[in-house]
Write a protein that binds this ligand. Structure first.
Ligand SMILES: NC(=O)c1ccc[n+]([C@@H]2O[C@H](COP(=O)([O-])OP(=O)(O)OC[C@H]3O[C@@H](n4cnc5c(N)ncnc54)[C@H](O)[C@@H]3O)[C@@H](O)[C@H]2O)c1
Length: 339
């Protein structure tokens, strides 16, 4: 039996493939490489001494997906494949709904045809919407995200819920990620954004390595402790391990049917200025920055209530802020131009 990992060549996907292999799962990755390189998987193979089956394809291509289910004995799918740039999603919303929503529906249809029902979905804290008051807890209703990207995650969670009601075999888990950062401690795999990074840590790392002159801090007048935005940053390897924990939870809970959701975060928030300080002191590098205007859609602060994952999945983020900073820098300095 193998686990199908869509989007498995990407940032979180490649770290999860590594964790799966370390836990003796067989893995089939299906990725169209629109935002990734197959090199990430080659490195995962080197790091683990195990092999990964890679199929290049698009989740909207039913025939290509069907072939994967025909050729491999798949027991569950972990579904990372998506477009993920919040700002871009407002410029090309149709591409986001097509890729993220239609793509997921196609995947679920093909899974149903092949009688594969265990499904772990990459959701996001953004599903709680702008109106939710942190800490976010899973008992809160799905909200109204400010971007088409966020809306695509809410839509997929709704699709999963309705599908679960219609087919009693379906077992869907939404993992709502907070802010994954860092890289594998080997410095061999990490986040490799194309163009100007949207997220803070890749931006900091590119300034540190000299690819960009200075960091822009978007807003220093938020109602937070130091005026900059606060987020719940967690180490990507902890996040990867959260997927293995969710998979084991599904395996150990044969009575479970329908859908459930778990927050994956640390349970506390850190400001942009605190991240800059942490990166500087962990790595002994100065990060020049300037304060720029607020970005549309950025919320002042949010973080997870991570109790449900701790209790049910026996999962907690273990790695420290210093680990996150050191591992980010090890990856970036070893790979100044990415893969
Ligand atoms: N990185 C974050 O901060 C974050 C936060 C919350 C949720 N997520 C979600 O986690 C998932 C993984 O994110 P990531 O940061 O690893 O992004 P990523 O871009 O590195 O990974 C996504 C992968 O999916 C592939 N892909 C995209 N569209 C595809 C398609 N139509 N068919 C096949 N493959 C396709 C890309 O090539 C890439 O390898 C995404 O669903 C994202 O929305 C990410």
């Amino acid at each position: 039996m193998a686990i199908l990992v869509t989007g498995g060549a990407g940032y979180i996907g490649s770290h999860t493939v590594l964790s799966l292999l370390e836990n003796d799962y067989e893995v089939v990755v299906f990725d169209n490489l629109s935002n990734a390189s197959e090199t990430s998987l080659k490195r995962v193979e080197q790091l683990t001494g195990k092999s990964v089956t890679f199929v290049q394809g698009d989740i909207r291509d039913k025939a290509a997906l069907s072939q994967v289910f025909e050729q491999h004995d798949i027991s569950a799918t972990i579904h990372f494949a998506a477009l993920k740039a919040v700002g871009e999603s407002a410029q090309i919303p149709l591409a986001y709904y097509d890729n993220n929503v239609y793509g997921t529906i196609t995947l679920l249809e093909v899974m149903q045809q092949h009688k594969v029902y265990d499904f772990i979905f990459s959701s996001s804290a953004t599903v709680y919407g702008e109106e939710a008051i942190p800490p976010y807890v899973e008992t809160m209703k799905l909200g109204t995200p400010s971007s088409p990207y966020g809306a695509s995650k809410v839509m997929v969670e709704r699709v999963m819920e309705d599908f679960g009601k219609s087919d009693a075999n379906f077992r869907g888990v939404s993992l709502r990620y907070f802010n994954p950062i860092g890289a594998h401690e080997s410095g061999q795999i990490g986040e490799d954004p194309k163009g100007l990074p949207n997220n803070l840590l890749p931006f900091v790392a590119q300034v540190a390595v000299g690819k960009r002159e200075k960091l822009s801090v978007f807003g220093d007048d938020y109602p937070t402790q130091d005026g900059s935005c606060e987020r719940d940053y967690l180490h990507v390897v902890d996040l990867a391990e959260g997927h293995v924990a969710a998979l084991k939870w599904l395996e150990n809970n044969s009575d479970f049917a329908g859908t459930d959701a778990f927050n994956l975060g640390t349970g506390s928030a850190i400001s942009v200025f605190a991240i800059i300080n942490a990166f500087e002191s962990a790595n002994d590098i100065q990060i020049p920055f300037e304060v720029a205007p607020r970005r549309a859609g950025d919320l002042p602060a949010f973080w997870a209530n991570a109790d449900k994952a701790a209790q049910a999945l026996n999962w907690q983020a273990k790695r420290s802020l210093e680990d996150m900073m050191k591992d980010t820098w090890r990856w970036q300095s070893n790979n100044p131009n990415g893969y």
